[in-house]
Ligand binder design. Sequence first.
Ligand code: IVH
Length: 737
Amino acid sequence: MSPSEAQHRIAQLHAEVARHEELYRKEAQPEISDFAFDLLVHELGELEQRFPQFARADSPTQQIGDDRTEGFKEVAHRQKMLSLDNTYNETELRAFHARLVKLLETDDLRYTVEPKIDGLAVSLTYEDGKLVRAVTRGKGDRGDDITRNVLTIPEAVLPRQLTGVAPRLVEIRGEIYMTQAEFERLNAERAAAGEELYANPRNTAAGTIKQLDPTEVAKRRLSIVLYSLGYCEPEIVRSQTELQEKIRAWGLPAVEKYWTVRGIDEAWAAIGGLDQLRRTFAYGTDGAVVKLDSVEQQRTAGATDKSPRWAIAYKYKPDTARTRLKSITIQVGKTGILSPVAELEPVFLSLSTISRATLHNEDEIRRKDIRVGDLVEIERAGEVIPAVLRSFPEERLAGAPEFDLLAAVGGKCPVCGGRIARVAVDTESGVGAAWKCQNYDCRAQRAGRLGFFCSRRALAIDGLGETVAAKLVELDLVRDPPDLYDVSLETLATLNLGTADEPRVFGEKNATKLVAARDAARTLPLEKWLYALSVPDVGESTARELGQRHRNFAELVDSKLLRAVLQKAALEEEKERDSPNSKKNPAKDEAEKERRKARRVEIEAELAALNGGVLAGVPSEIGPAVAASALEFFASEPGRRLLTKLDQLGIDPQGTVLEAGRFTGKTFVLTGTLPTMKREEAEQKILAAGGKVSGSVSKKTSYVLAGAEAGSKLDKARDLGVPVIDEAEFLRLLSGA
Ligand code: IVH
C-alpha cells in the first residue's frame, strides 16, 4: 500500500468508525456487528503503526469513546474509567503476557479470567456503605449521572446498603444489562403493537438507561453485575480475587463464574472453559477478560490513556451455524434497490431460529460463490439480520447454476413489474452496482418510505412498524408518507394486520398512540422532515446542514445556496478544462477560449448576484451532487406532490437558522473539557453560526477553543500563533459582544 493510499484509507476508517460509534453509543442502533466494528478499528491501528505520519491524536485507537447524552448532569469519576484492549487471537493474548513478564521481571504471574459482559458500563459510588450515585463511563474522566434510572432496579437485585464491613468511600464498577427473557418480553409487546423491534438486549439496555424519564425506565427490568473497583478509601483490596469475594460479601450481584489461574496457559484453558459455560449466563457475554490478579502488580504495569496494561479482553468469534440455502428471493427497499435475501432451512443460532439472512448484493453472492441448494454458514452477531458468510462448493451437487439476479426477476421489478436499471451503490468494499426499480410509486418503495418516515431516526412516529406500513400502502390508504395524516383513528384502529381467516386488528390503544405521535411530529424541525421524506442523496447530516441554512421548504425548493453550489462547480469545471495540462476537451481555438472565458465571467457575476456571502462556510456535505439531487427532486412530480400535501396539511417545518453568519468562514478546533458546555453543544453552536469544526490545528484554524486538560492541540496552536480562547470568550464572540 502506498502512503497516499494509506492516508486515504485512514481517513475513510476514521469516518466509518466515528459513524458506527455514534450509531452504537448515542443512538443505540448499530448497523454492523461488534466483530465487524472491531475489525475496522484493528485495521486502523495497523495502518497507524505502519504509517505513523498519518496517525491522529484523536484516533479511536487512542481514545475511550464517549457515551454522554444530552439532558443528563455530568459528574466526574474519582478514578478514571478506562476501556480495555481487545483481541480475537491467541498469539496476541500471549504477547500481552510476554509484555507483562518483561515489565514485572517475573514469569510467575497470577490472573483472573472473567466473563466480559455485553452491557453498559456504570460506576456506583457507595458512601459509608450507602448507594449515593450511579454514573456512566462517559468519556472516561466524567460521565452522565444516571442515579435516578439505576434506582429503578429493584433493591433485591441491587442493594442500596452494603452488608458487612464497608469502606468509607468506594466506586464499584460493573455493567447494566437486560436479560434475554426481558428482551423477548419487550419485543413481543412491541410486535403486538406493530412497533419496530429492538435489535438486541445490549442496545435495548443502553437505550433504556439513557431515557430521561425514570418512570419509563422502570417499565423495563434492567439488571446489573459488578466486577471492578475504582477509587476506594481506605484501600482494602489487594487482588482481583479478593475484590470478587468482597463484591459477594457486600451483598452485590457478582459474575456467575471466574477463575484465578497461574500463567497464560492456565488462562487460555479458562478462556475455553468460559466459552463452554457462558451461554447459560443471564447476561450476554462476548469474551473473557484476563486481569493481573495482584493490585500491586497492576499499579506497576500502569495504563495508557485508553486502557490498562494489566488487563485484556479476549473476544470470542460470533456464533455461526450451517444450514441449507433453499432459495434466494429479492426484496425491494425504499430507494428501489433490489437486494437478494437467503431463504434458509430453519436453524437455531444465538437464542433464536433463523430462516432468512442477508446476502448483501449480487457481487457478494458471486464473490462468495453461493448457489441455491448450497450448504452455507451463517453468522449472527447481535444484529437483527443475520448474514451468510460462506458456502461449501466442495459439497455441491454438480450442475448447480450460478445465481443470476436479472434472470431471477425476469428483467423487471418483482413487486410492481416496472422497469429496472443498473445503478452505482456504496458497499462495504467500495463502489458496486445494483439493479434498481425505476418506479417511484412502486408499492415496495412506498411502504419502505413510509416505514422510514416513522422510524426513530426520522420523525419517531412510534407504533408504525413495517407491517402497518405495508398494510396502509397495500390498501392504498397511503401513497406518500404525509398521507398518513389523512388516515382516521377509526380506520387505524380497525386495520387488519392478519389475514381474513385469522384477523389481527391494530386496535384502539395502538391507534391512539400512533395518532398522538403523528401529531407531535408536525412541529419537528425542517432537518427532520427533510430526512424523513427520503430525498435522494440527502442523508442525516446533509439534512441537518440544509435545515440549518434554510428557513423552510419554500426557501429550500428555490434555494439560492444550492444553485450557487451548482454554479460554482460548473465554473470550476470550465476552469479545469482550460488549464494548460487538461486532457479533457481543451478549447479548439482562441475564439472558443474567449467564449468560455466570457461564460465564466457571466457565471461569476451570477454567483455574486445570488448572494456573495451565502457560499462561504458551505459544509462538504452540500456538494454539487447533493444540490442537483435536491433541486431536481423538489421540481419533479413526486417532490411537488409532497410539498403540496404538506401545504394542505398545514405542516410547515422550520429551519434552525441561528445567529447565522456570525462564524461564517471561521474554523474552530476544540480541545479539553469546557466548564459548562458539552463538546457537542459548542460544536452545534459553531455550526449553527455558519462556522466549521475541525479535528486538527493548522495555519488555517481561526480559533482553538480550549478547556481544562487541553492536549497537544493547544501546544500546536501556540506554535502556529493560532488564537486560543476559553468558553467565556467563545460565548462573547458568539453573541457579538
Ligand atoms: S474491567 C480497567 N471486567 O468492557 C478495566 N470490564 O471493552 C476496567 N467489561 O470498559 C474494565 N465485562 O465496560 C472489566 N469482567 C469485566 C468486564 C468489563 C465487561 C466492559 C467494561 C469495559 C469494556 C471494555
